[in-house]
Ligand binder design. Sequence first.
Ligand code: RNT
Ligand code: ZN
Length: 419
Amino acid sequence: MKDISIEKAYEAARDRYAAIGTDTDKALEILRKISLSLHCWQADDVMGFEVQGEGSLSGGIQVTGNYPGRARNIDELREDLLKALSLIPGKHRISLHEIYGDFQGKAVDRNEVTPEYFRSWMQWAAENGLKLDFNSTSFSHPKSGDLTLANPDNDIRNFWIEHTKRCRLISEEIGKFQNDPCIMNIWVHDGSKEVPANRLKYRRILKDSLDEIFSVKYSHMKDCIEAKLFGIGLESYTAGSYDFYLGYGVKNNKMVTLDTGHFHLTESVADKVSSLLLFTPEIMLHVSRPVRWDSDHVVILNDDITDLAREIIRCGALDKVHIGLDYFDATINRIGAYVTGTRATQKALLLALLEPGARLEEYESEGRCFERLAVQEELKSMPWGAVWDMFCLENDVPAGDGYIKDILDYESKVTSGRR
Ligand code: RNT
Ligand code: ZN
């Protein structure tokens, strides 16, 4: 693509940034290499494709809205993902949940799933230059209830242990196939609406379940464990709290997943990055946007996400932090939700990459706090939008709001016909 006005604006921006000590070309080169892991579940409201599926979402999470055009099957989901990706600069990954297997009309229960049901996904990903990540699925199932891996009932607990073990094997096969580790996330909703008589009991069971699950060692997949504050209907107690998983991760050398919607609303998730980097092997992120609760709104460029991106860059941790997205909004065009949220996350990373890091650190070590404050403040009004537009241009995707038209076209041609 060529666009003289974008190129001219970029040249002016490049000079402005050079004057404060930032190399914009280098920032763009780094940004191009950052792969985000797009969650497959925004396209169909976390329903999945199980033949025996319950048709409703459980496990304390909720999607609101009924905008037309939800992906109803694997082909539609893949088509939607490719459409979204065509409007997002860079090369990315897709994160699958177990319930998105290619079950071919067969009722495959969660404790029966095998890598075979994910072969067509591996093939599809390879054909489209994508890598896959994975998630076990313990919600939306007759055996989900309030407790899965933390359930004192051994039949139910073993069912979920078997499921999670099989998901790790699937992840291993995916990792092998794509010659790149598949990151597998474990999130279970286990908790209770009212205060339990014994909080320790369920956490002990959850710990034992995880020990058993992780007793098998793999080399082409990486495990991560996701904590949460509370779920709907499970407000008083969450077995897998942040302290629980942080402790487990540090002790067992597992990645902890930080979902930006899973903390108290005034708690800084960004501030956790540098601590985790010192004590856990790597970090997985679920970038989301909580509004008053873990509402999973579409990510926008707000302070929370820019703070988080800045921490990753300032820590020099791009090779240690896996950036996944996790939101679901059914009130707006779902492709639009993917594109808006992913591009917002990339914008946050760009803002962070445009900081003159060495200069800020120098001020700090010399005790020049006024200069450090002033530069950080000036950065806010620098012409980063011109750099972003150039990034889009160079990566052959629409700059500015050019993607809106594409999404509306796709809606009228494709998704609006789905009933
Ligand atoms: C739920 C967790 C979890 C899910 C997905 C579907 O609160 O964030 O990551 O959103 O696994
Ligand atoms: Zn999450």
